[in-house]
Write a protein that binds this ligand. Structure first.
Ligand code: SF4
Length: 315
C-alpha cells in the first residue's frame, strides 16, 4: 500500500505529529486498534542465553504488563481483548494482534508460524505486530517475516532503548547498537516495517544523549517509533538504584521538552506510536506524574503549539 502524504498539523485532530491513530485510519479507512497478546515467550536476557536478571527496568511480566494470559489460547486472548475494545470503539473497528510480552520471536520457527497464523486468522484482523529484541532475528526468521509482510500489514517492533552502548551496559540490555543495526537490516532488506522502542530518562543519560538516539534513528528507514519514559517499577534493579539515590527521575517538564525536541528531529513520515509509557499503577515507584497520561500528552501538544513546530521541522 503506498504511503499517504502526512500533513501537519493534522487537519482533523490538530496533532503536530504523525499519530498512529490517524495513520492507521488513513490506511484502513476506519479505526484500527491493537490487541495485546502473550505468546508465552521467554527472553534470552532472562534465561541465561544472552544474560541473566533481564534489563534492570524489566517488570516481572517481561515488560508486557498489558498482554493477555499465556495460559489461554491466542484465539481466546484475542476474543477477550476484542470484547473489551468493542465497549470503547464499538463494532466497526479492525484489529492488529500484537505479540507484546517478552521476546516474541524467541522460539522455533514452527511455533512462531503457529502463533502468528492463529492471530492472523481471527475476525476483522488487518495486520500483525510483533515486539522483540534486535538480536533475536535470525536470517530464517527474517525470511518468514518478509513473507508475512507481503501478505499483511506487519510491523516488527525492535527494542533499542538507546544508541549509547555504555547506557545499554548500565541497564544490562546485553546487546549493542551494532546488534540493533544487524537486526534492523535483516528486516528492512526483506521489506518488513520496523518500529523502534526508545526510553527517555535512562540512568546516566543527558538530554543530548536522548536526542542523539533519535538523530541516529532519523537517518534510518524506520516505520514507527515508541518513545517511553523510564518507569521505576517496584522490585526492579532500576527502582532500587533510584531509591538509593543513584540517579534522578525526569520531571514532567524535562520529559515534555525532550519529547518535543525528538519529534522535531524525526522525519514526518515516521509514525508516532507512543509518547509515554503505561506504568502499572500498583507497582510504579516513580515518576508518579506519569500516571496522568493525559496531562503528559496535553503538555506535549501545548509545547509544540507554543514553539510553532511540527514533527520533522528540524529533520
Ligand atoms: S529484553 Fe524485554 S523482556 Fe527481556 S529482560 Fe529486557 S525488557 Fe525484559
Amino acid at each position: 500500500m503506498p504511503k499517504t502524504e502526512v500533513i501537519l498539523p493534522d487537519p482533523e485532530t490538530g496533532k503536530r505529529y504523525n499519530a498512529q491513530s490517524s495513520c492507521l485510519k488513513a490506511r484502513f479507512g476506519r479505526k484500527a486498534v491493537k490487541i495485546s497478546l502473550n505468546g508465552g515467550f521467554t527472553c534470552p536476557n532472562i534465561d541465561g542465553t544472552k544474560g541473566t536478571g533481564g534489563c534492570t527496568y524489566c517488570s516481572a511480566k517481561g515488560s508486557g504488563d498489558f498482554g493477555g494470559d499465556p495460559r489461554d489460547s491466542i484465539a481466546e486472548q484475542f476474543r477477550s481483548g476484542k470484547a473489551a475494545l468493542e465497549k470503547k470503539w464499538g463494532t466497526d473497528a479492525v484489529y492488529i494482534p500484537y505479540f507484546q510480552a517478552n521476546t516474541s520471536t524467541y522460539a522455533p520457527l514452527s511455533r512462531l508460524k503457529r502463533l502468528y497464523g492463529e492471530a492472523l486468522a481471527q475476525e476483522n484482523v488487518v495486520g500483525l505486530a510483533v515486539s522483540t529484541r534486535p538480536d533475536c532475528i535470525s536470517a530464517k526468521t527474517a525470511d518468514y517475516l518478509g513473507e508475512l509482510a507481503r501478505q499483511t500489514y506487519l510491523t516488527v517492533e525492535l527494542g533499542l532503548q538507546t544508541v549509547h552502548d555504555e547506557t545499554a551496559a548500565r541497564i544490562n540490555r546485553c546487546h549493542s547498537y551494532g546488534d540493533f543495526l544487524t537486526g534492523y537490516e535483516l528486516l528492512r532488506r526483506r521489506g518488513v516495517n520496523v518500529t523502534v522502542h526508545i526510553i527517555n530518562g535512562l540512568p546516566g543519560e543527558s538530554r543530548e544523549m536522548m536526542l542523539e538516539t533519535v538523530r541516529r534513528l532519523s537517518k534510518l528507514d524506520i516505520h514507527g517509533i515508541k518513545i517511553h519514559l523510564l518507569h521505576m517499577i517496584r522490585g526492579t534493579e532500576t527502582a532500587r538504584q533510584y531509591l538509593n539515590g543513584e540517579f534522578a527521575a525526569m520531571t514532567m517538564e524535562e520529559y515534555v521538552e525532550t519529547v518535543c525536541d525528538q519529534l522535531e528531529l524525526l522525519p514526518k513520515s515516521v509514525m508516532i506510536e507512543r509518547l509515554t509509557g503505561d506504568g502499572d499503577r500498583a507497582t510504579l515507584v516513580a515518576p508518579l506524574w506519569s500516571m496522568d497520561k493525559k496531562a503528559v500528552l496535553n503538555g506535549i501538544d501545548k509545547e509544540m503549539r507554543r514553539r510553532g513546530s511540527v514533527q520533522g521541522c528540524r529533520f
